[in-house]
Design a protein around this ligand. Sequence first.
Ligand code: FAD
Ligand code: NAD
Length: 470
Amino acid sequence: MSEEKFDVVFIGAGPGGYIGAIKAAQLGLKTACVESRGSLGGTCLNVGCIPSKALLESSHHFAAAGKDMAAHGIRLPKVELDLPAMLKRKDDVVATLTKGIAGLFKQNKVEDVRGFGRIVAADKVEVTLDDGGTRVLETENIVIATGSEVATLPGIEIDEKTIVSSTGALALEKVPAHFVVIGGGYIGLEMGSVWGRLGAKVTVVEFLDRITPTMDGELSKQFQRILRRQGFEFRLGTKVTEARKNGKGIELTLEPAAGGEAESLSCDVVLVAVGRRPFTEGLGLAEVGVKVDNRGFVPVDGDFQTNVAGIFAIGDVLPDRPMLAHKAEEEGVAVAELIAGHAAHVNYDAIPGVVYTWPEVASVGRTEEELKEAGVKYNAGKFPFMANSRARASGDSDGFVKILADAETDRVLGAHIIGPNAGTMIAELVLAMEYGASTEDIYRTCHAHPTLNEAVKEAALAVSGKPLNI
Ligand code: FAD
Ligand code: NAD
């Protein structure tokens, strides 16, 4: 057992912890980052954002080659799926990126400690090392960045083969004939898209009466319409109460959310995607007196400090904030800056959210429902991609851009896009919100032609009733 002194120790090397550790080291703090997973990058790089986007990209190419190329005057021989190659490519992308973080740690002089960390005192982290033995890291500050794990449902036992979480859904050995998703949120719709494009029939069972419940209602309706056209079936207002394996597959018991008669639905694979919960198991929080809320999240003050001085928390373990990689990264940078004695904050009003289906769906700021509920007077401007020349040229003209602006000041309060590359396009509106821009600021900015972003300019013009191309 050895002891040494650090300025800060991050526990968890996901996007919160690894980015925070790099920033802290860049600011001159002696920094360590502890990770138990075996590879760096957390949920995001290993079993989340990156592998899912690799499969979304590959399955998009497969679907486009099978269906959409003819419209472009490209005739292809019968397109065949090589699933092992597709999965290997995904694994290679993950391996390259996770190894890249080890390189970044070396470059920035972050001590890369591989093992399971436990807080034994407000200034001590004991690590059960992957290679055997224990190491005690003495430190001025500790940052909890231990992330989240899949939320399970009673009566449904995940085996990661036929009853899967997102982790199993990223590695199915064959395309299921019928893929049922429990939960019409980010994971369900992205993974449903992957396996649907590869040939599965996809049914989404959602408890509420709409998919993506936190999204702007108009966007969510259009999104569901487009997914239905792609072959998705939806069972809204419905819950799954049991999943039983029989010789042939899985027998699900479905019930109306409001109560009523049960029915059964059979499938080959069922994905449980009803959210994620904070992961702090074995971390020693109770022993050192760090408070958690009734759902296990770790509350913090405006400086990311828990109720124990010198112990901070960031990322998915925080309550009442979106569980997103880029949000965790912002918090990682901010906590490093605060510990280093600088001023820092995260603007939670300008955190974009993106569903990487096709078309993509992207949002920032407030929805129409939220503005109405808050009694804020606003003007809305909308522009469809059908009227955008670039979208027409590329043959991807589903969807629209919608901008919501304060009725009095014209300041942008929210923006919502469903359409091709919406996730990339939203950056312009996130920046606009960070700068407190008005829709006039946006429409007086020159947008290159022909680009998809011209639809943002037109939606900004539409807020005051002056779109040019419709
Ligand atoms: P995590 O990434 O969960 O990292 C925490 C790390 O801490 C883990 O590696 C864990 O092993 C480690 N750890 C835990 N306890 C200990 C301990 N005691 N000692 C040592 N190590 C420990 N978000 C997006 O923004 N965009 C996306 O496209 C996206 N796609 C997703 C797709 C899927 C399938 C999933 C599941 C999630 C996706 N997310 C996405 C969410 C994103 O992955 C999380 O919000 C993000 O990873 C949270 O970062 P974090 O640093 O808080 O925690
Ligand atoms: P989610 O919160 O996005 O969606 C869960 C859905 O399940 C909701 O629509 C909810 O109403 C529904 N639900 C809850 N209980 C249910 C039940 N018993 N029966 C049927 N439906 C039920 O959660 P997720 O899709 O599991 O994703 C977890 C987290 O990971 C999300 O918070 C998201 O932020 C993050 N994520 C982000 C991305 C991205 O940024 N593109 C992709 C994947 C995951």
